[in-house]
Write a protein that binds this ligand. Structure first.
Ligand SMILES: NC(=O)c1ccc[n+]([C@@H]2O[C@H](COP(=O)([O-])OP(=O)(O)OC[C@H]3O[C@@H](n4cnc5c(N)ncnc54)[C@H](O)[C@@H]3O)[C@@H](O)[C@H]2O)c1
Length: 295
């Protein structure tokens, strides 16, 4: 491990789902040890398998060697006992997006780790200030918001809660700088932080345009990809995020702000109610079935 990566040597990661797996890989690739807390062994196995599969894809593309894959996986350990986190240098929670679940788990983990051990959250839509207020020593709490897929997306929002110590913000910026290809952006704690505060209303507007019959789903995506140089069209992006996930995020932002830009469009609610969740179940804006039915 190089001198620059010696801060935060051991990461206590909570949750080994979509984001937990990606974030575990990113930290392990930087030479750090990662201990992941999950609810059961099956989820630990699934998380390790997800990291392994992602790295195997990297080998095929010539971006990762066999040796690197073995070394990265060897630095990730799973546990179902919070007490195994007693010596970690930092805690990063990436569990289910539910304030009560997060608060209960963070309170338990705060009772195990050191009194000043930084506690970070990867939440997309919850208030970091609110989570910090529920913990002892809230100055050691901040957001560290990765984007999906974490090993690929460069931006990492370092979220300063009202209580976050300045020195912790500086340490987190330095930490992100040691992660390959990652770029830290310090942002204030407001619903959606910086990126999603802009993205959520944009996606809502696009859904409304589609519902108004302005253009086909495919043409909307093509127009934005080719017209504005966006890598992924908005309806394709919605399918990949998951319509239920987007509904949850935009509803949370609306509840927190009562800003009509975040109000979920009626078609979004209907599609989720009808079980059309996007890529994850093959029914979304850009799947053949949904496009035919909508046109
Ligand atoms: N998916 C995304 O695109 C994305 C992007 C950025 C941030 N986030 C945020 O990351 C967090 C995780 O999202 P995700 O998409 O990985 O969710 P996910 O549902 O894929 O994974 C959540 C994991 O948390 C585990 N978990 C739940 N309660 C637990 C507990 N008490 N102890 C240990 N583990 C527990 C679950 O077993 C599950 O494996 C959320 O806060 C979400 O807002 C998600």
């Amino acid at each position: 491990m190089s001198e620059s990566t010696t801060d935060f040597r051991t990461i206590g990661l909570l949750g080994f789902g979509t984001m937990g797996a990606g974030v575990a890989q990113v930290f392990a690739a930087s030479g750090r040890d990662v201990i992941v807390l999950e609810t059961d062994q099956a989820r630990i196995d699934a998380g390790l398998a997800a990291v392994g599969a992602f790295l195997a894809g990297g080998i095929v593309r010539g971006k990762v060697t066999d040796e690197e894959k073995v070394a990265i996986l060897a630095r990730i350990t799973g546990t179902t006992a919070a007490t195994d986190l007693s010596t970690v240098d930092v805690v990063l929670e990436s569990v289910t997006e539910n304030a009560e679940v997060k608060k209960a788990l963070l309170a338990e983990v705060a009772g195990v780790v050191g009194e000043q051990t930084p506690i970070l959250t990867n939440t997309s839509a919850l208030s970091v200030t609110d989570l910090a207020a529920a913990l002892p020593n809230p100055g050691r709490v901040a957001g560290l918001h990765f984007f999906n897929p974490a090993p690929v997306q460069a931006t990492v929002e370092v979220v300063r809660a009202l209580q976050t110590d300045d020195v912790l913000v500086d340490r987190l910026v330095a930490l992100v700088d040691t992660l390959e290809g990652k770029v830290p952006v310090v942002v204030a704690d407001r619903p959606g932080f910086l990126v999603n505060a802009l993205l959520l209303p944009y996606l809502n507007d696009v859904i409304q345009e589609f519902d108004d019959g302005l253009a086909t789903a495919e043409d909307i995506d093509v127009a934005l990809e080719l017209g504005l140089g966006y890598k992924t069209g908005p309806l394709k992006m919605l399918d990949s995020i998951g319509l239920d996930v987007h509904l949850h995020a935009t509803q949370a932002a609306y509840d927190a702000t009562v800003d009509s830009r975040y109000a979920p469009p009626p078609l979004l609610r209907q599609m989720v109610a009808a079980g059309r969740l996007g890529t994850k179940n093959g029914h979304g804006f850009r799947t053949a079935a949904a496009t035919q039915e909508s046109n």
